[in-house]
Structures are given as C-alpha cells and as structure tokens.
Design a protein around this ligand. Structure first.
Ligand code: UDP
Length: 452
C-alpha cells in the first residue's frame, strides 16, 4: 500500500479546492486517500469561511487540517448563483489571502500544492515558492481536451457561433481523443453570460502549462483515448486516479435510522429511480412542474433529492416515493433497490453512477454536464437522454413519463442492453481501483514522485 515508516520525515501538502461542492468533495476524497497511504503526510486544506461552515463537521483524519480565507463574494450572491460574478471573484480575489495565509503558517517541507485547475493563480503561488503544483481537474478529461484545444474550434469556425439553433448539428471531429461531437454537445460556452466565464477558463488553460503535473478524477479505461492523447501532448505527467471514493465510505453499512434508507430497504430490487438535479443549478419552475408530473405519471418509485422545494415536490409527486433535501448519494446509488439515476450529469455524479453500476437518465443543464451526457448515452451506452439538448427547451410530462418507464423497465431490449453495459463498466471501474489497477498504480506513481 505504499505506507512509509514512522521514521520517514513528515511532509506536507496544501490542498486548494475551488469553492463548490463538486470540487471540494473530490479534493477531500483525494486527500483522505493520500493520508491513508502515507503515514508521514499532513495536509492543509484551504477553504473560504462559507465553505468551512458547510464542511467543518465532515469526518476526516487528524492529519488533514482546515484553514480558512475570507469569502470571495458575499454569500447571498453565491446562493443566488450569479455565476459569472462568482467566477470572476474566484479568479481575482483568492490569491492574495492564500499568499497571506501561507506566509503566516510557515509550513515546513511542503511537497506539493494540489490546486483545482479552475484556480489558475495557484500555479504562480507554487512557482514563486518553488513548490510543485498539481493541477486537479474535477471534470471529464474529454472536457479538458476541448478547453485545451480551444484554438482548434476557432480555426475551424466553430467559435464563436451566433446561430447555434441552426448550426448545432455540425460535427466537431478534430479535438484530440474525442469522438465526433455535435456543436450542441460541447460545453455551454455559447450562451451570452457564459463568455465572461469562458475567458477566465481559457486563462486557466494557459496557466496550466506551468504546472508540474495534472491529475484527473477519471480512470484510464473510461477515457483511454483522450487520456492517451493528452499524455503525449503534455510536457508533464498525467495521473488518472479516480473515481475518488474514500476507502471507508462503503465499508460502513447505510445508517438504518435514516428514513430514506429505511424506505429503500423496503423496496424491491432495482425498482427505485434516484433523482438528483445537482447541488448548484436548477431548472425553470415550468420545467420542474413537468418533471414532477412526468415522474408521478410514470408510476415509478422514486427517491428525489431536492433543495428548497422538498415539501412542494413531495405533495405534487405523490406517495410513490420520497423527497429529501440531502442524502448520502454514493450509498444511495449502491443500494440494491436503486435501479436508475436521473442525473444532471455533474462529473462526480457521473463517476458515482459508473462506480455503482447504475444506468443513468440524463438531464444536463449547463457547462460540462452536456458533454458528460453524451459520454453516458452515446459513447458508453449506459443511459438514455430525457432531452436532446440541441432540440427542444421544455420537455413535457408525457415524454418524461414515457422515457422513465422505458428506462426503468427490467426486460425491455434497450434497457437490458444498457444494464449489461453499465455492469461491465462497473467491473472495469472496480478493477481500476483495486490493487495493481490503473488508478491505484497512478496514485502510487504520484506518491513516489512527490511524497517520498
Ligand atoms: N451529493 C450528495 N448528496 C446529495 C447531492 C449531491 O452527496 O444529496 C454529492 C454527490 O455525490 C457528488 C456531489 O455532491 O459527489 C455533486 O457533484 P457533481 O459534480 O455531481 O455536481 P455539481 O453539484 O457540482 O453540479
């Protein structure tokens, strides 16, 4: 397992996650994995005050210490999801407080800074201090390749595009490692406000060239072509170490005192549709009403994790299921009564669906969720689309109810094929994570290079 003896001098890592659930979770899981493998390792995990409030009670080893910096933007704006302003603040307001904190802490023997790729200034922080920077990309390597090769889109007149409604079916077949993709299936960098965000992201992909290595939360076998292609292009090593599942997450049985686990325990195998529209963005009220009606009409059992709207959804959606404000998603997905996952296709959720071997019903909303939906449905063939992003805006309840029934069927031809594929992918994922598997070997290689 690569543990080191107590006599080895301690080393230190600084973890700098982007302030968002889908970024903090994999960073924390990576840190837990690293300390479980290196007995001499201490980690300083730096988050904004607001995020510290959310995560301070997360169980973690004593060798991981939280440190905080001030919030980058008033918290009401974060909650209102004023995305471009938030991104701008993350890019411009975090660097100085992090520098100040590091000066105060005077940490001895820092072996590496592991920083989210969306914090481009972290590369400069590390370079100034002569500390290697590991750029952790918490989205799909396929999406990484799109941003990394953005100039190819411009050269091929696929960016900017004003009339995406007309040109959406044009095929992009020149991004290294990516299967042919319609313009509509690329991340949402075409929308008006998205462009400010895009400029910042492209800046990050320039800074990244000065990092010492890149770490992906994917696993090699899942995106072999794109990982191979990026590995030949980069001047630095690439480690694919995912999915980042903490060792102890699944050892413990689900807490039978929690109502939703009690309820899941009483349901037949593979009968429940687990529904999550993500922790950050949501759909319009009108679309939400159609989804609620569609799920009710489908007659399928459901467990729905919904922020805010819990009571309204429960009342409208009826007795066939349960609505909760939050759940332990990974354990829910691994529960034997869960037979399908309605997902917004956040990358962590996508990997968790693969890990648990649960077929996915995709309803992407924004950014990388759109290409993730394509990977799930078209490339891996382990899911169905509730809507084709390029075609229509609002999906009606009748369509929703029909696709849910087709998707949850245990004996339809299409659904059986999908279930077979996802079981195979689950097996491949388990092998990647097992001793000697690709993800385990990549993590060990990283440890040998940076932490010994
Ligand atoms: N999550 C969870 N419980 C919930 C909803 C979400 O544990 O009720 C976790 C989920 O398992 C995943 C993360 O929150 O690890 C969400 O990340 P993802 O990249 O899927 O989506 P985002 O919310 O960042 O769009």
């Amino acid at each position: 397992m690569g543990s080191t003896s107590g006599e080895t001098p301690c080393c230190h890592i600084i973890a700098l996650p982007y302030p968002g659930r889908g970024h903090i979770n994999p960073m924390m899981n990576l840190c837990k994995l690293l300390v479980s493998k290196c007995s001499n390792l201490n980690i300083t995990f730096i988050v904004t005050e607001e995020w510290f409030g959310f995560i301070k009670s997360t169980p973690k080893p004593l060798t991981i210490t939280f440190q905080t910096i001030p919030n980058v933007i008033p918290s009401e704006l974060i909650r209102a999801s004023i995305f471009p302003e938030f991104v701008k603040a993350v890019y411009t307001k975090m660097e100085a407080p992090v520098e100040e904190l590091l000066d105060q802490l005077q940490l001895p023997k820092v072996s590496a800074i592991i920083a989210d790729t969306y914090l481009p200034w972290a590369v400069a922080v590390g370079n100034r201090r002569n500390i290697p920077v590991v750029s952790l990309w918490t989205m799909s390597p396929s999406v990484y390749s799109v941003f990394y090769h953005f100039d190819l889109l411009i050269q091929n007149q696929h960016f900017p595009v004003d009339n995406l409604a007309e040109r959406g079916d044009e095929v992009v077949d020149y991004i290294p490692g990516i299967s042919p993709t319609r313009l509509t299936d690329l991340p949402t960098f075409y929308s008006g406000t998205g462009n400010q965000v895009l400029d910042k992201v492209l800046e990050a992909f320039i800074c990244i060239r000065k990092a010492q290595c890149v770490m992906f939360t994917s696993f090699y076998e899942l995106e072999r072509q794109v990982i191979d292609s990026l590995s030949t292009i980069f001047a630095f090593p690439v480690y694919s170490v995912g999915p980042l599942i903490p060792h102890n997450t699944l050892d413990s049985t689900p807490d039978a005192n929690l109502d939703y686990f009690k309820w899941l325990n009483s349901q037949p195998a593979k009968s429940v549709l687990y529904v999550s529209l993500g922790s950050f963005l949501s759909v319009s009220r009108e679309q939400m009403d159609e989804i609620i009606e569609g799920i009710r009409e489908s007659g399928v059992k459901y467990l729905w994790v919904a922020r805010g709207d819990t009571a309204r959804i429960q009342e409208a959606c009826g007795e066939m299921g349960l609505v909760v404000p939050w759940c332990d998603q990974l354990k829910v997905l691994c529960h034997s009564s869960v037979g399908g996952f309605w997902t917004h296709c956040g990358w962590n959720s996508t990997l968790e669906g693969v890990y648990a071997g649960v077929p996915m019903l995709t309803f992407p909303i924004f950014w990388d969720q759109i290409p993730d939906s394509k990977l799930i449905v078209d490339d891996w063939k382990v899911g169905m689309k509730v809507r084709d992003v390029g075609k229509e805006k609002l999906v009606g309840k009748k369509e929703i109810s029909a696709i849910i029934q087709r998707f949850m069927s245990l004996d339809g031809y299409e659904s059986k094929q999908m279930r077979r594929n996802v079981s195979e992918l689950k097996e491949t994922c388990a092998q990647a994570l097992s001793e000697g598997g690709s993800s385990e070997a990549n993590l060990d290689a990283f440890i040998s290079k940076y932490l010994k």
